[in-house]
Design a protein around this ligand. Structure first.
Ligand SMILES: *[C@@H]1O[C@H](CO)[C@@H](O)[C@H](O)[C@H]1NC(C)=O
Ligand SMILES: *[C@@H]1O[C@H](CO)[C@@H](O)[C@H](O)[C@H]1NC(C)=O
Ligand SMILES: *[C@@H]1O[C@H](CO)[C@@H](O)[C@H](O)[C@H]1NC(C)=O
Length: 904
């Protein structure tokens, strides 16, 4: 009986739940280095700086760090980096085995800043750089960082710093070359080193504390809330950073998934600071937030002037690498995120069209299916710019080939798409089918381009094609070869306007440990996979990016990646991977993309509808509505799901999906302008509320809504059958917010219960902003490129507003040659002014068709436009019925010229 019940229970589980198989993936307890480092006792640090060896330069201080117990020496360097950043670097002085240093995350070598010594005693050195000071305590090593006198970050305050090193040669490596006396440069040393035997423990750990911080954010990618939760022995497993292909990942989890960005931001109204751990090996991070779930008492403490006990501690644990830590001194969220962008780069402006709607499925059956999908979308008036081909377009999963039957004439198919302004994206994965006669496999074998096993044989794993090997993107010859494959004469059937999806690049290996490559595999130069694991997806997409630039030098590449690392934003967009058609997965898409955006990758999206399983019509509609406000907007579905292109649904559902897509397309100029500004400043395109309102402690846990730039607040419906949602509108009583659809005005005084029908997905314009839109409905962004703009002027309490607009050719790099128009709009004292921010020009035909003023002044009878080319022109104005908006009709002025419009 018991057995039967148990069996029944199992059947129920199998039948009704979807879940990740946790047995496939390690816990900290099952990871020997995580267990070792978690076991390090606080307060017993054995590491001392020998200040007698101190050397000071204009930008750095250096000294020998000693492990007094093991009598091992390390080189310690603290460098001041421009923009209020410090870098702490520690490596062994005479390494038996040189350690890997991350190669691709930084956007060039960081620029150093001036540093001066304020004080020096036998056991400490006090330094100053820009607005900050730091105290280097020698015994034991402890680093304290102060912003304008306030202690904001402490490294090794708890004494968990650990640098495992090889004290003696292990028996296995006896007979190897002795360590070099002169360590030489790292590169020389690393490359000349040809030993791949086991080397023993080489983990690195450290603690970092943020006194007074209320919350800590970061460490994407996790299917978790934005604000990191406390972890610890007996509680939650640490946040794990190890790029993995997790089948049916679960939400609210600290488990590793596809990407790893080891950056955290500690936040309080007073300071926001961050650290970036520049390491590509498997990493676990324990978080202890002393005020978890208890913001209220912190507020009381702050208000009453008592010292708060708020504090966040983090403990980073990595399997290997050197100690390389950037301390970003803030002091506000915006500054800290910019500091991270100054180190790892920002996304270069993407083609305008890529901000449109992407229609994807595993798989469109054949070339006719592709053409028909677009035709049907056209018939239903659903705007779309890209259609995607998943792995089945290939001939037997051999990339750079086409299925000879189903895709016998890709050129005709592509020409059909491009004739209506649509473009194709095809998948190219890093696993290569091991098949005799497949040119890529044969070239890779002949030229030694594959990743090797620890014994030096070609590594063989299992992936979509069956037996597969993996190109080694650390091999410069393999990179050069692979780049050439994308040219239109090599990748037959493609054109200059075909773009690329790099999936499965963690890499995914179906039969590998934890569904990935064994850590002892070897990359070019005998780099152990262990050292580079989280970076390999980035290395791969860098090559794809170079390849597309080589193929089409004056068109901005578009690449979608699943695996990501700091710096990936310089090459690709990312998405949250294989999500599920569940409400919880819709809900988690906002916190996930917000975390990813703070981690430098603004171009984030989640598959609309959920990849696995079949969403019901309500969930699907809600997903489209939420997807309007995420930078990358793609619908995608698993091969076993029912077809779900928008035109397949009843008319009311179609209407809602169409309205969502039109709302999205109307806002493309806003997204595009924000991406241009992102390239210049590093400011994220989507932002959590705390980022825009850092002084409001009520916002530190809010992650079910987001801001697009600083002007739109979107709060989608993420529950089945909702009749209302509670929306938090911040900013206080003098901050106005306007409903995007009916222009109803609210003040930023906290929670509102907003009634929602299936048609309604709450979104608001922030009073004080001017939002540029293109409101003429069309079938694609390509077809909208010459359309005129409507400016939505959302007035603040003082009846003023400000906004920007960026216009160029939307696809080439000519904007880098000043071929663009960047306009500032300002509304003040009943006058709207448009003025060029930079002395640049682009011969655009775009013009301003309408101005809609929200919360308008009363009694307006008309308006007068003045510009150089138009002179003085009278314009008609009209209020809507509730007088909640005023429309200025047909200004007709080009966005290339300055103008004023005066209300009278
Ligand atoms: C978390 O921090 C608090 C306050 O500093 C401390 O009392 C507690 O022991 C810490 N918990 C863990 C698991 O380290
Ligand atoms: C594209 O395909 C559709 C459907 O097969 C066809 O009606 C149309 O003529 C094609 N257009 C071009 C430009 O090939
Ligand atoms: C309105 O103007 C006053 C005075 O210039 C300023 O202090 C206040 O911040 C402004 N209010 C808004 C909502 O911008």
């Amino acid at each position: 009986m018991a057995l039967m019940l148990k069996e029944l229970f199992c059947l129920l589980l199998i039948g009704f739940t979807v879940a990740v198989d946790k047995n496939n993936f390690k816990t900290c307890e099952q990871s020997s280095f995580c267990r070792r480092l978690r076991g390090v006792k606080p307060g017993e640090s054995k590491y001392q700086l020998n200040l007698e060896t101190l050397q000071v330069t204009d930008n750095s201080v250096e000294a020998v760090l000693v492990n007094t117990e093991a009598n091992a020496n390390f080189q310690f360097t603290l460098t001041a980096i421009a923009g209020n950043i410090f870098r702490v670097f520690i490596d062994e002085v005479k390494p038996l085995y040189p350690r890997y240093r991350v190669q691709y995350a930084l956007n060039g070598e960081p620029q150093v800043a001036k540093l001066e010594i304020l004080e020096r005693t036998s056991d400490l050195v006090k330094i100053k750089s820009e607005e900050n000071t730091a105290i280097i305590n020698a015994n034991p090593l402890k680093l304290e960082f102060y912003h304008k006198g306030d202690l904001v970050t402490i490294v090794n305050g708890r004494g968990l710093f650990t640098f495992e090193h090889y004290r003696t040669k292990t028996p296995e490596v006896e007979g190897q070359e002795p360590p070099q006396e002169d360590p030489g440069t790292w590169e020389e040393n690393f490359k000349s080193h040809h030993d791949s035997k086991p080397r023993g423990p080489e983990a690195i750990g450290f603690d970092v504390s943020f006194p007074d911080a209320l919350r800590i954010y970061g460490l994407p990618d996790h299917a978790d809330r934005l604000s990191l939760r406390s972890t610890g022995p007996g509680g939650l497993d640490p946040y794990r950073l190890y790029n993995l292909d997790v089948f049916e990942y679960e939400v609210d989890s600290t488990m590793a998934i596809y990407g790893a960005v080891p950056v955290v931001y500690a936040h309080s109204p007073k300071h926001t600071v961050g650290v970036f751990w520049h390491n590509a090996a498997e990493t676990w991070v324990d978080i202890n937030n002393s005020k978890d779930g208890n913001v209220v008492s912190s507020i009381v403490n702050l208000v009453s002037g008592h010292k708060t006990e708020a504090r966040v501690d983090a403990h980073f644990m990595s399997e290997t690498g050197v100690f390389d830590l950037f301390v970003m001194m803030g002091p506000k969220p915006k500054d800290t995120v910019r500091q991270f962008a100054s180190l790892t780069g920002a996304a270069p402006l993407q083609q305008y069209y890529t901000l449109g709607y992407h229609q994807c499925r595993w798989n469109y059956n054949d070339q006719d299916d592709v053409v028909n999908v677009i035709e049907n979308l056209d018939k239903g008036d659903f705007p779309v710019d890209f259609i995607w081909l998943d792995i089945e377009y290939t001939d037997g999963k051999k990339y750079f080939t086409w299925d000879p039957i189903k895709f016998s004439n890709p050129h005709a198919m592509i020409n059909n798409l491009t004739s209506t302004g649509r473009k194709l994206i095809v998948i190219i994965d890093p696993h290569i089918k091991r098949e005799n006669g497949y040119f890529l496999h044969e070239d890779a074998l002949a030229n030694d381009y594959y990743v090797k096993t620890k014994d030096g044989n070609v590594y063989e794993g299992w992936c979509w094609p069956g037996a597969s090997s993996y190109l080694d993107f650390y091999n410069p010859y393999a990179r050069e070869y692979f780049k050439g494959l994308y040219s239109v004469d090599k990748f037959k059937g493609t054109t200059d306007d075909v773009y690329i999806w790099n999936d499965m690049n963690e890499p995914s290996v179906f039969n590998g440990p934890e569904v990935t490559m064994p850590k002892d595999c070897l990359h070019y130069g005998n780099i152990e996979h262990r050292a580079v694991h989280n970076e390999v997806g980035l290395a791969y997409t860098m090559v794809t990016h170079d390849a597309l630039l080589q193929r089409t030098p004056n068109k901005r590449p578009f690449i979608l990646t699943r695996s990501h690392f700091p710096g990936s934003q310089r090459y690709c967009a990312m998405w949250t991977g294989d999500n599920d058609a569940q409400w919880s997965h819709l809900a988690i898409s906002y916190p996930m993309c917000l975390s990813v955006a703070l981690g430098g990758l603004s171009n984030c999206g989640a598959d609309i509808g959920g990849f696995f399983h079949n969403p019901d019509a309500e969930l699907l509609q809600r997903w489209y509505q939420a997807g309007v406000w995420l930078p990358f907007m793609r619908a995608h579905a698993h091969i076993d799901t029912r077809r779900r292109e928008p035109y397949l649904f009843p008319e009311d559902v179609q209407n809602r999906i169409r309205n969502s897509l039109r709302l999205r397309y109307a806002h493309l100029p806003l997204f595009y302008t924000l991406f241009w500004e992102h390239e210049i400043t590093g400011d994220p395109v989507i932002r959590p509320l705390f980022y825009e309102f850092p002084n409001d402690m009520n916002l530190v846990d809010v992650d079910n809504c987001l801001m697009v730039g600083s002007s739109v607040l979107a709060h989608p419906v993420t529950e089945a059958g909702a009749s209302s949602v509670t929306v938090h509108l911040p900013g206080g009583s003098s901050q106005y917010w306007y409903d995007v659809e009916d222009f109803r005005k609210y003040t930023g005084t906290g929670n509102y219960n907003i009634p929602v029908s299936l048609d309604k997905s709450p979104a608001f314009y922030r009073g004080g902003s001017i939002i540029p839109r293109k409101d003429r409905p069309r079938r694609s962004a390509e077809l909208m490129k010459h359309d005129p703009f409507t400016l939505y002027v959302a007035l603040d309490k003082n009846k003023s507003a400000q906004g920007t607009l960026f216009v160029d050719d939307y696809q080439s790099f000519e904007y880098r040659n000043k071929k663009y128009v960047y306009i500032n709009f300002n509304f003040e004292n009943n006058v709207l002014t448009g003025s060029l921010i930079d002395k640049t020009d682009y011969p655009t035909k775009e013009w301003i068709e309408r101005v809609v003023i929200l919360g308008p002044p009363s009694g307006v009878k008309g308006a007068t436009l003045k510009s150089k080319s138009l002179g003085e022109v009278k314009l008609e104005t009209s209020y809507d019925a509730e007088q909640s908006s005023l429309v200025i009709r047909k200004p007709g002025v080009s966005v290339r010229e300055s103008f004023t419009i005066k209300l009278f």
